[in-house]
Structures are given as C-alpha cells and as structure tokens.
Ligand binder design. Structure first.
Ligand code: HEC
Length: 254
C-alpha cells in the first residue's frame, strides 16, 4: 500500500517535473540571489535552513509532502536529538493497520517519514482545483533555475496585468511558465514567528525556505565540495614533492 502510494507520488513528481520546461520560454529568467551555499567554499547557513524548516512545516506542509525526508535527517540542519524527537512527536503519522485491519495513526518518531498532507494524489488534486502540489523533496533540482527560480516564484505573486484572461482559481505569477499557477500566494509578511527574532518578511521566509529545500535535495553538497578541495590539496602537495625529488635526483647531473 505505502509502496503503491509512493510510486504514484514519484510518477506524479516526474510528470510535473518533465511537463514544466515545455513552455518555459515565456517565463523570464529568475534573477540570481546570494546563497550561502554558492561557490566552491559555500556551505549551508544552518540558522536559515532551520528557519526554512519552520516555514515549510507551518506553511507549505499543509499542501506539499516531502516524502524522501525522515525527521532524523533534520540533524543535517543542526537540530539535536531532543529537538528532533519533539518535532516528530508533535505530528501524527500513519502506523500500519490496527487489529481490525484499519489504518492506524500515532505520534511520529525520528525514524518516521515526513508527514504527508494528503493520503493520495486524487485527494490532493481534489483540494487544489485539479492541480497537484508537487513533492518538495527534490524540487530544487527538478526545476531550471533551481534556488533562484524557487525564490522568484515565491516572491512574485501579483495582480494579473490588465487584459490578461485568468482561469478560475488560478493566480498570476510572473516566473511560473504560462503565468497562471494553481498555488495561492503562500507567504505574507509575518506569516510565521521566528524564535531567533528575525523579521519574517516575504523575502526572508522565501530565502530561508529555499535554503532548507536546497539542503533537502542536496544534503551531501558541502561534504562533496570539501572532498573536492582535499583532492586539490593532495595533488598540489604531490606535485611539489615530485618536483623536489626530481631536483634532488638530477642535482648531480651536469
Ligand atoms: C494551499 C496549498 C499550497 C500551499 C500552502 C503551498 N503550495 Fe506550493 N503548490 C500548490 C499547488 C496546487 C501547486 C501546483 C501549481 C500548478 O501546477 O499550477 C504548487 C506548486 C508549487 C511549486 C512548483 C512550481 C513549479 O515550477 O511547478 C513549488 C516549488 C511550490 N509549490 C513551493 C511551495 C512552497 C515553498 C510553499 C510554502 C512556502 C508552498 N508551495 C505552499 C499548493 C500550495
């Protein structure tokens, strides 16, 4: 059963991922933002990623699943075991079947998958005007423009320009291919209250949640960069050593 659902979700994710670029040419290129994880020495701003998780769970999780994440993975954004246990225990997750063979639910544990807002795709579509809120686990990698596109999407809801025919229940967004998106603007200033006192502007929440989503899709990115630099260092040292040895060996030959 769970497998069937997750296969469906994966197929839906692929369908949405491959459908988007087809008419991507009519949406402008998202402007580049400054990200802590940019460049060869980049790393995740963990405070931002933690705030981003808060935005995801308080705002986006009402509609979007992140099926590839488990609560214990949050150690990767710097949360400790106690915090993770508390976060997991606060949600209700499916726990197999009861003695009568009916689906059972109970508090999550660090090993639980992130809670899905809808039991299946039909329920998701029914709640959203026929459109499917895609799983956000890998969305940063699945969209051209990656983090910059997501930031632009979340910060560019507006009234449709005069003369543009909007379909019922659709929202205008400059950066969404076709400019009509079934997602209502999810962020408004002050939508969440950050524990660290950071003002929750739309831009700040968008930046934080995109940092979190980039980490979710690429949890090993920083490690990969560090391994890369270790190899560079190794080759530099080896080159230096080889040169020194060569000088020594040939120093008597004139
Ligand atoms: C009320 C439900 C709802 C909420 C809340 C919501 N979304 Fe969505 N989202 C949708 C729906 C529906 C779609 C599919 C839109 C479409 O295909 O027209 C969508 C699509 C998306 C997409 C894909 C866009 C693309 O290029 O295809 C991203 C990324 C996204 N949402 C991110 C978020 C983030 C981040 C949040 C939280 C800040 C959020 N959403 C909150 C309903 C929601």
């Amino acid at each position: 059963m769970m497998r069937g659902v997750s296969q469906l979700l994966t197929m839906a994710l692929i369908a949405v991922a491959t459908a988007a670029p087809a008419n991507a040419q009519d949406a402008p290129t998202a402007p580049a933002q400054r990200w802590s994880f940019d460049g060869p020495f980049g790393s995740f701003d963990l405070a931002a990623a933690q705030r981003g998780f808060q935005v995801y769970s308080e705002v986006c999780a009402v509609c979007h699943a992140m099926q590839y994440l488990h609560y214990r993975d949050l150690a990767g954004v710097g949360l400790n075991e106690e915090q993770i246990k508390a976060i997991a225990a606060a949600v209700t997750v499916p726990q197999g079947l009861n003695d009568q063979g009916e689906p059972k639910e109970g508090p999550g544990t660090p090993a639980s998958q992130f809670r899905s807002p809808f039991p299946n795709d039909q329920a998701k579509r029914a709640a959203h005007n026929g459109a499917l809120p895609p799983d956000l686990s890998l969305i940063v990698n699945a969209r051209e423009g990656h983090a910059d596109y997501l930031y632009a999407l979340l910060t560019s809801f507006a009234d449709a320009p005069p003369g543009m025919q909007m379909q019922d229940g659709m929202n205008y967004n400059k950066f969404f291919p076709g400019h009509q998106i079934a997602m209502p603007p999810p962020l408004q200033d002050g939508r969440v209250t950050y524990a660290d006192g950071t003002p929750a502007t739309v831009e700040q929440m968008a930046h934080d949640v995109v940092t979190f989503l980039t980490w979710a899709a690429n949890p090993e990115m920083v490690e990969r960069k560090q391994i890369g630099w270790r190899w560079v260092l190794f080759f530099l040292i080896m080159t230096g050593l080889t040169y020194a040895v060569k000088r020594k060996v040939w120093s008597d030959v004139h």
